[in-house]
Design a protein around this ligand. Structure first.
Ligand SMILES: NC(=O)C1=CN([C@@H]2O[C@H](COP(=O)(O)OP(=O)(O)OC[C@H]3O[C@@H](n4cnc5c(N)ncnc54)[C@H](O)[C@@H]3O)[C@@H](O)[C@H]2O)C=CC1
Ligand SMILES: CC(=O)[C@H](N)C(=O)O
Length: 414
């Protein structure tokens, strides 16, 4: 099995400054959590809503980030938001919850998923609240939002591009019905809602280089269609009902501590694990396939910047967000030049090649930079360095462990 260091916090370039929060707020939320833990809902009631597992022992301490915190707190009526994160055990959710709990206070960030948090996941604050939440279950979501007095939802539950092509009916349900549920609940309960979009929302007719925010989309994958639906419906709810919907179109995200969930950009993570374990990799994309990519710290930082941005700064609701772009061949060269001279890359393109071919090679994110100050910290060289050194540290030195490579990721079977 992969050996993850437990309780790894996201690498951060800033020292969070912890401030003790008002005692009244502390009492209010602790009371709220106690209520949930002792409610019929929490125990699993006759309505067959699954039990919410909540740690009431968690003190509600507000730890805010020094650089962005003051401004965001002002716009939040001087208290940190209470946030529900759906799909929080996925590649991005784990990292986002870790960072949000550092900034907003452990008890203020409710993690949720349909899976159990297993030992070894990089959860920095395991004492924080975690609940079962199937995003298709509207009454359950509403109950969590009310019981925890949620202000913001980050909707991360989704099926990614490769797995969605394999199970289109399920992907439509999770990605479309799930989003419609959180959007409608955001309208009713006046929540700020963030749902990520993706380079996968674009299609073969989209301009490939420096793709602007507003352009032809026409995706030809189930994943892309569900994401365009999400963008349009979110904008509609904003226009029509004033829902504070926000979205960023992410590139492929690279992470050390968490594994990808079945996408087309997953090769750029798999390659490091295979290189370190077997010194070779069968890449499922052709060498020249250029795709936009981003390191996870940038993704999480940018997401929080957009979430915290004062509403008057936003001139639109969906923004491109970019860092750098590279090809499998360039990654191969970087690994051989700097880390593993004998690394052997083979190219065995599969059905994911067609998906990648329909996506942009680079994004124009100038509006995100202008409106809410987006600026990535990691270019390709810096990403490769973080990935190699971070993943190398996960493997114990010794003989090659082939069984580890076979466990690497769900996507190798996609
Ligand atoms: N990872 C990436 O490179 C990119 C991700 N995104 C978007 O970011 C979001 C998060 O992506 P990842 O963390 O990579 O995905 P992931 O596949 O790693 O995690 C998704 C999580 O959703 C959960 N889930 C599935 N069905 C659910 C349901 N019915 N109810 C509740 N939870 C359910 C899964 O158990 C899983 O933990 C998604 O919306 C994805 O489209 C966008 C662009 C790039
Ligand atoms: C770019 C994405 O949305 C995701 N990583 C995928 O490849 O499906």
């Amino acid at each position: 099995m992969l050996r993850f260091a437990s309780r790894l916090a996201l690498p951060t370039r800033r020292q969070p400054s912890a401030i003790l929060y008002l005692a009244a707020q502390h009492r209010a939320l602790t009371t709220s959590l106690s209520h949930v833990a002792s409610s019929p809902f929490a125990k699993g009631s006759a309505t067959r809503t699954p039990a919410a597992t909540v740690s009431t022992a968690t003190p509600v301490v507000s730890a805010r980030n020094a650089s962005t915190g003051a401004q965001a707190l002002q716009s939040l009526s001087q208290r940190p938001p209470r946030v529900l994160v759906t799909g929080s055990l996925g590649q991005l959710g784990l990292a986002l919850v870790n960072e949000m709990r550092t900034r907003y206070g452990v008890g203020n960030v409710v993690a949720s998923d349909i899976r159990k948090p297993t030992a070894g996941l990089p959860i920095a604050h395991p004492e924080g609240p975690f609940v079962y939440a199937d995003v298709m279950n509207y009454p359950l979501l509403e109950r969590i939002i009310v019981d925890f007095q949620i202000d913001w939802v980050v909707h991360y539950s989704a099926m990614l591009s490769a797995v969605a092509e394999k199970e289109p009916a399920r992907a439509l349900n999770v990605n479309i019905t799930g989003f419609q549920n959180v959007l409608e609940l955001s309208r009713i309960h006046k929540l700020r809602l963030f749902c990520p979009s993706t380079i996968g929302a674009f299609g073969p007719q989209t301009p490939k280089i420096n793709t602007p925010d507003l352009t032809i989309m026409n995706p030809n994958t189930i994943y892309g269609i569900t994401k365009v639906h999400m963008e349009l419906l979110g904008e509609y709810y904003h226009e029509k009902f004033g829902v504070d919907f926000r979205s960023a179109r992410y590139p492929g995200i690279l992470s050390v501590d968490t594994m990808p969930g079945g996408g087309t950009t997953d090769y750029a993570i798999d390659i490091f694990h295979h290189a370190l374990q077997t010194n070779s990799y069968n890449c499922f994309l052709k060498p020249e396939t250029r795709l936009p990519m981003m390191y996870i710290s940038d993704c999480i930082e940018g997401t929080l910047q957009l979430m915290e941005a004062p509403v008057e700064k936003l001139t639109q609701r969906v923004y491109n967000m970019a860092a750098d772009s590279f090809t499998p061949a360039e990654l191969d060269v970087a690994i051989r030049e700097h880390y593993a001279p004998d690394f052997q890359m083979n190219y065995v393109p599969d059905s994911r090649q067609a998906i990648a071919d329909s996506w942009p090679a680079s994004l124009d994110d100038s509006l995100a930079r202008r409106d809410w100050g987006w600026k990535p910290q990691y270019d390709t060289a810096a990403m490769v360095h973080k990935m190699w050194t971070g993943i190398a540290a996960q493997y114990t030195p010794g003989p090659t462990k082939l069984e580890d490579a076979s466990e690497l990721t769900k996507v190798t079977q996609a």
